[in-house]
Design a protein around this ligand. Structure first.
Ligand SMILES: Cc1cc2nc3c(=O)[nH]c(=O)nc-3n(C[C@H](O)[C@H](O)[C@H](O)COP(=O)(O)OP(=O)(O)OC[C@H]3O[C@@H](n4cnc5c(N)ncnc54)[C@H](O)[C@@H]3O)c2cc1C
Length: 393
């Protein structure tokens, strides 16, 4: 086993860390979406690690993606979602499943952040159970027509391009799902921002689709094959999410160590008290364990090997870890943890998302337990070409 990062990955990590300190941390008080930062991240190649050169990427792989994502999340977890929306769940999904025309039209623009993306699974009546999606897709001969409603869509108010998951027959459940790329500059694409607890720099929307159209070549995978597209997209998305949780947990450690060393009570820094040391030890151990788990998942993907189980474990563990670690950071900061003067309260609010998005903690537990109990194997054959699709259950 080689735990050493390559010199190319270390170089992009250094660049991401520099950017995070200079450009992100200095504006952390602006709790809004910052398009200029997203564009800069695209130009600096942060979204392109897992993409080939022809699509504006650097071909460094998913491990590099994870490392960069962690650094950005360490500065602002809200920017972490961009690593899904500009890279894995949108651009990579189009690259993997799209027609040549679709790939050429959208992938590079997303990777370099010339256009912004979003991914639309969730609906008022379909959260964890995406097979019950109600948004309808109709084949109108020369184009597709979509009608329905989506909720909780990250980047929903700002995206130019969306992957919409919709059904052509709700009775067919997962076998009726289709994934299609939609351009959002249509009158029938109506968004409203959703206020929320944390991740304030990542806008979330409720979206209504009324006679929204998409060209036929924008179908991803096959007609009725949207569920499998969704599963591959979610697997990849979990790399970003778990990496973001690790970055945020690291931020909690950073500020807690500094605070514990400076805050004096009963005549000495609180860092000298064993109960505080216990907290720090647990925070560091949880974060390191989460980091190793997510890097293993990303590495497996880089090897072209199945990684659904491993990335599910890492997403679950990192989500639990960051919620605990942010709670301990609050504890170490005492009253100052509750103050708006320090970022600790923001970390505490941002952390909760990691137990929800890209498959809740319970859904990850089901995946892990079903695999362990032999009920449903998590790691299946990887889908590389469409023809393989038909042969899978
Ligand atoms: C900040 C944020 C950003 C998001 N961004 C996006 C996005 O960009 N695109 C998108 O499509 N969605 C997005 N989501 C939605 C997210 O994916 C869903 O919230 C998530 O999948 C859970 O769905 P739900 O909220 O409907 O909860 P539900 O599915 O209703 O679950 C409620 C509770 O029941 C549990 N539960 C459900 N089924 C089971 C079961 N079978 N066994 C045991 N427990 C179960 C869940 O674990 C959870 O604890 C976002 C959510 C948030 C909060």
């Amino acid at each position: 086993m080689d735990f050493e990062l390559t010199k190319e990955i270390k170089a992009i990590r250094k660049e991401a860390r520099r950017f995070a300190r200079k450009e992100v941390l200095t504006r952390i008080d602006e709790d809004v979406f910052k398009r200029d930062l997203v564009i800069k991240m695209g130009q600096l190649g942060f979204f392109g690690c897992a993409f080939p050169f022809q699509y504006g990427g650097s071909d460094l792989g998913f491990l590099a993606h994870s490392v960069v994502c962690e650094e950005i999340s360490r500065a602002d977890s809200g920017l972490r979602s961009l690593f899904n929306l500009q890279a894995l769940t949108v651009a990579y999904t189009i690259m993997e499943w799209g027609t040549q025309q679709t790939k050429d039209r959208y992938v590079k623009d997303l990777v370099v952040a010339k256009q912004l993306g979003c991914t639309c699974f969730s609906e008022p009546n379909a959260g964890s159970d995406i097979a019950s999606i109600e948004t309808v897709i109709e084949d109108k001969g020369d184009h597709f027509l979509l009608n329905g409603a989506k909720t909780w869509i990250s980047n929903g108010t700002v995206a130019d391009i969306a992957i919409v998951y919709a059904t052509f027959d709700g009775n067919l459940k997962h076998k009726g799902l289709c994934a299609v790329v939609v351009e959002t500059n249509q009158p029938g694409w109506m968004t409203r921002e959703t206020p929320k607890l944390g991740d304030k720099s990542s806008p979330i929307a409720e979206i209504h689709l009324k006679d929204v159209s998409a060209p036929k070549e924008n179908l991803l995978g096959e007609w009725g094959g949207g569920f499998k597209v969704a599963m591959t997209a979610l697997d990849r998305g979990r790399i970003s999410v778990a990496s973001g949780a690790v970055g945020l947990a690291q931020a909690c450690i950073d500020c807690s160590v500094a605070y514990a060393n400076n805050r004096v009570q009963f005549g000495k820094p609180i860092a000298e008290y064993q109960l505080i040391k216990g907290c720090i030890a647990e925070m560091v151990s949880l974060t390191e364990a989460a980091r190793l788990l997510v890097r293993r998942g990303a590495w497996l993907n880089d090897q072209g090997r199945p990684f659904t189980r491993e990335i599910g474990i890492s997403k679950y563990f990192a989500g639990e870890a960051v919620v605990k670690v942010s709670g301990m950071a609050m504890e170490i900061h005492g009253g100052m943890g509750y103050s708006l003067e320090l970022p600790v309260e923001k970390y505490y609010r941002d952390a909760k998302l990691y137990q929800i998005g890209e498959g809740t903690a319970n859904i990850m537990r089901l995946l892990i337990a079903d695999d362990a109990l032999g009920i449903k194997k998590a790691n299946r054959k990887r889908l590389h070409v469409h023809s393989e699709f038909q042969s899978l259950e």
